[in-house]
Design a protein around this ligand. Sequence first.
Ligand SMILES: O=C[C@H](O)COP(=O)(O)O
Length: 255
Amino acid sequence: MTEIAIRKPLIAGNWKMYKTGTQAVAAAKQLADLTQGVTGVDIMIAPTALSLPLMAAALGKDAQVRLGAQNIYPGTEGAFTGEVSGPMIKDAGADYVIIGHSERRQYFGETDETVGSKIRAALDAGLIPVMCIGETESQRDADKTFFILDKQVSDGLKGFDLGDLNSLVLAYEPVWAIGTGKTAGPEQVKEVHGFLRHLIKEKYAEGLAAKMRILYGGSVKPGNIKDLMHIEDVDGALVGGASLNPADFNKIIRF
Ligand SMILES: O=C[C@H](O)COP(=O)(O)O
């Protein structure tokens, strides 16, 4: 019997290296006020790790706006200067962690293998991993989009079994659409999201594929979110720039 997909949309904001703790708390409170009464959607903000405990205290334990980290070290503790572990992220009040964002792959040497070890660390700490994948412009131009996505998923999730991946969220972010104002067209998004769901079905199981949330990211704005959310297999968005402004992010959340 085919399982019916019930996927609650997730709208996630990646604040990258923006906002001091003070600014982050103020924006979080504003967003919490603006989103009061919103139902049927999960909301997450990923500030810098420094702001997590401040925002968690300001929002409160049962807040609708949940928190995520932008990175995780694949180990619980040790002499790893500058790193932050899963148990620390969890203790700071986060539920999610973004893993393998293209900026981490591009500037910090993350590979599909390190992405896999970070997903393992996230799951061990009870965090929901948001695994980012996406092709560069030159890879798309060379017709390698599906090859790259297949490789990122296959290598990143190597060694994981079905039971591990129940909570995993996939985020498709074409690198050429990040911060550029270019959004992938509806046909491109539909094609890729359909491909990814099929890939999860082939590699794991139909049930997992049917319930896995696949987010789109790359220049998502209040003006294009409605169209994106109407595309089959799009279960939410990972928003960069437009999530920094609570009023804009609230509009996106209320797609
Ligand atoms: O994680 C978010 C993405 O990098 C998208 O950023 P953007 O919405 O500023 O294009």
